[in-house]
Design a protein around this ligand. Structure first.
Ligand code: NAD
Length: 255
């Protein structure tokens, strides 16, 4: 399949829906989990820090999690050409929804409006109290960690604090998932970008879009379980191929 053919689908569509995963942010310096340079691929113990059961029961896991939040690459990362292409698609008027598994906030930094971005796994830019539910900006708590509180507690109720992300073993927010799934079902063209499509239920957005008649385009370096359901699959680096597929910028010469 030629990029120009996908571009035609996008040009003709009024509702393009994208599902993005960690792979769209690797070119911004944020490693994915399951790619060749993935956090879990290189250090299987890192999985513990993302598991709510260990986090809630073990202060040492929480201290390690706060140390790793202090140096999270998201604080210095800038959106790359993949993020920028999706922001340009919104400006062009055809982005219906941008469902993301990412917690790094780079889509909003690229210029996508918060009401288009559906963060199914939450955001690392906020902190939530696991007892009273209070939400606060991450930098406030990171300042306390820097000042010596290794496992800071909620200032209101003393509860355990955590980044406002959905960890493994933690319930998803049903309204957010429903919004993502219904948006996928309204797509005319559905892109899955930089996701291994192994995390459910959100991987199910792709077959939901397909069942509702959308064209399916997968952009991912490694094979996914849904490649045989796609109308087109591209393995090139996202920052290189996505602007060409979406027809934004001057990246289309030679297609
Ligand atoms: P994943 O790690 O399971 O898969 C990422 C996929 O992207 C891999 O198959 C890899 O081959 C591909 N990829 C990586 N860089 C690429 C590039 N430049 N071009 C093309 N393909 C590329 O990611 P996932 O499916 O999003 O699942 C991981 C979970 O972990 C997510 O649910 C997310 O919540 C979380 N996570 C988020 C971030 C982030 O916010 N940036 C980073 C790591 C993990």
């Amino acid at each position: 399949m030629k990029p120009a053919a996908v571009r035609n689908w996008v040009d003709e569509a009024r509702r393009v829906v994208a599902l993005t995963g960690a792979g769209i942010s690797t070119e911004s310096g944020i490693p994915d989990f399951r790619g060749p340079q993935g956090v879990w691929t290189k250090d299987p113990l890192a999985e513990k820090l993302s598991d709510i059961r260990y986090y809630m029961s073990d202060a040492e896991v929480r201290k390690a999690a706060w140390r790793s939040r202090l140096s999270h690459p998201a604080w210095h990362a800038k959106p790359n050409r993949g993020h920028m292409a999706l922001a340009a698609l919104e400006r062009a008027g055809s982005l219906h929804a941008l469902i993301t598994q990412n917690i790094d906030g780079l889509h909003q930094l690229a210029g996508n409006s918060p009401d288009k971005v559906i963060e199914v796994h939450g955001t690392v830019r906020d902190v939530v109290c696991m007892a009273c539910g209070a939400i606060s900006p991450m930098p406030l708590t990171l300042d306390r960690v820097k000042a010596g509180e290794a496992d800071p507690a909620c200032l209101d109720c003393g509860g355990i604090l955590k980044s406002a992300t959905i960890s493994f073993g933690q319930a998803l927010v049903p309204e957010v998932i429903e919004h993502a799934m219904s948006s996928a079902g309204q797509a005319e063209v559905f892109f899955a970008i930089g996701s291994s499509l192994q995390v459910y239920p959100i991987a199910g957005a792709l077959p939901a879009a397909r069942a509702a008649g959308a064209r399916i385009v997968i952009v991912n370096a490694q094979p996914t379980p849904f490649d045989n359901m796609a109308d087109a699959v591209f393995r090139e680096p996202i920052g290189e191929i996505l602007p060409r597929l979406l027809g934004v910028g001057d990246a289309t010469a030679g297609d």
